[in-house]
Ligand binder design. Structure first.
Ligand code: 4AD
Ligand code: MG
Length: 462
């Protein structure tokens, strides 16, 4: 007989059915004549309750069925008299795969802080909260592919090793070529490594956009979904050194079309997660942040506000709110400003557009006013910026001017300029920070708790 997932049993199981389940013990309670085990296999937030009579497990085996132990149970499903669960499994056979030393197992029955759980990233997925986060993460990733595939976007794979700094912000991790074969382990620390890639400088990519533009000039609509890297030494709850980004790029598209897609996209992903992970979202709403469900509903049911950067600056100035960072036309908005806009002034997601040319990347299309570019950011409550995008400069001469003004070398971008020489078209795209999306959906306050193995300053242990 095949073993079944606990989710499947909880949703579709019937009394009197025989079933085999496998998982990790969350808790055990010993009563006088029998014991109860709460078993979890990661498929659902809920555990399956296993009822164990003394005939089924010797006292010796019973002693080993501790929190964290891995087991297989064969038994019969019966109606459960307990509150909050429909079925339980009356055990007939129990096999212990791996026991646990209760003295040293770090996950005890009590609540642990997220800070503590970060120090045991190899075990934290066995907790309710982290397992719910990673189910939501999976559901959102799946919905993202579905969204683009249904609309005829081609999924493309862009390189992780690059020689260009797409965002021009200088937040690059250098790639170092190592040839350790002939160097004894004890001497490796002191080797003067060459910072290059077969003789040329190379970095970990900050964005797949420039390559996505290449592909959009052949396939019209494309998207990337991959890891990106930023050497920002910022210890915030919204920044990682390694994060996943989704970047659609569309030929024959302007800033309006870009904003429309961003809105449809976020609505669609949030709706899909509401559909596929209702129990997990209820859990987050009860335990993590009581605005999780109302925020999700608001995303799905309302159009986002659209506001120019200039209007946003004016509104922030009029608010007379005191901020840590200055509000002034020409300066970047900080997350305190972004959050104040969406949470206090507007009360829903906002798309800001037409940013000052001086604070944006070289590739963004210059507006006719001479001082702004066709850029847009989507801001959401609790997070601030979740999406950054723009219409791209498709006019060769203007792009050359921007490269020069940004202090960049035309020769380094010869292929990018070629796209403007050969069959150029208006085009636009954006980047969604995947972890910020998962944070927004789950209400988790720290970005390090929505990716299985966070990479941030001071965290690369495993
Ligand atoms: O606004 P950004 O820098 O835009 C780009 O990289 C463009 N090339 C995208 C494009 O047009 N194709 O980054 C896009 C998004 C941000 O809005 C944010 O959600 C996320 O990526 N992001 C980060 N997420 C986690 N940690 C970091 N250090 C992040 N930096 C950006
Ligand atoms: Mg940005």
């Amino acid at each position: 007989m095949e073993h079944r997932k606990i989710l499947d049993i909880l949703r579709h199981g019937h009394p009197h059915e025989t079933a085999i389940v496998r998982g990790w013990i969350r808790t055990k309670r010993d009563l006088k004549n029998f014991s109860f085990i709460e078993l979890n296999d990661g498929s659902a937030l809920a555990n399956l309750q296993i009822v164990i009579n003394p005939q089924v497990a010797s006292p010796d085996l019973l002693k080993q069925l501790n929190t964290g132990a891995s087991i297989e149970v064969q038994g019969t499903l019966v109606d459960s008299p307990a509150k909050g669960q429909r079925l339980e499994l009356q055990a007939q056979q129990i096999h212990l795969y791996g026991g646990v030393d209760s003295e040293t197992y770090p996950l005890q029955k009590k609540r642990h802080s997220f800070e503590f759980l970060r120090t045991i990233a190899h075990l934290r997925s066995r907790t309710n909260t982290l397992s719910a986060v990673f189910r939501v993460r999976n559901s959102a990733a799946n919905a993202i592919h579905q969204f683009f595939q249904e609309r005829g976007f081609l999924w493309i794979h862009t390189p992780i090793l690059t020689s260009s700094d797409c965002e021009g912000a200088g937040e690059l991790f250098n790639v170092t070529q190592l040839d350790l074969a002939n160097i004894p382990k004890t001497e490796r620390q002191s080797v003067d490594y060459q910072h290059d890639f077969f003789g040329k400088p190379a970095y970990l990519t900050v964005s797949g956009q420039l390559e996505a533009e290449v592909m959009a000039m052949a396939f019209s609509n494309v998207y990337t979904f991959g890891p990106t890297f930023r050497a920002e030494n910022s210890n915030t709850s919204r920044h990682l050194a390694e994060f996943w980004m989704i970047e659609p790029e569309m030929a024959f598209c302007d800033l309006q079309g870009d904003m429309d897609l961003a809105q449809d996209f976020l609505k669609s992903i949030v709706q899909a997660v509401l559909n596929t992970c209702p129990e997990d979202l209820d859990f987050f709403n009860q335990r993590i942040d009581k605005t999780v469900l109302s925020r999700a509903e608001a995303i799905v049911n309302q159009d986002f506000e659209r506001l120019t950067y200039s209007e946003a600056i004016a509104q922030l100035e009029r608010s007379n709110q005191s901020f840590e960072f200055p509000v002034e036309w020409g300066l970047d908005l900080q997350s305190e400003h972004e959050r104040y806009l969406t949470e206090q002034l507007i009360g829903k997601p906002v798309i800001l557009y037409d940013y000052p040319i001086g604070i944006k990347a070289f590739y963004m299309r210059a507006n006719d006013d001479g001082r702004t570019v066709a850029a847009m950011d989507v801001l959401v409550p609790q997070i601030g910026e979740i999406i950054g995008g723009s219409q791209r400069e498709e006019r060769l001469d203007l792009l050359q001017q921007r490269l020069q003004a940004s202090g960049l070398n035309e020769q380094d971008y010869w292929w990018y300029l070629d796209l403007r020489r050969y069959g150029t078209v208006p085009h636009a795209g954006f980047g969604l920070g995947f972890e910020r999306l998962v944070q927004f959906i789950t209400g988790m306050s720290n970005i390090r708790d929505v990716i299985p193995f966070p990479r941030a300053p001071m965290s690369i242990e495993f």
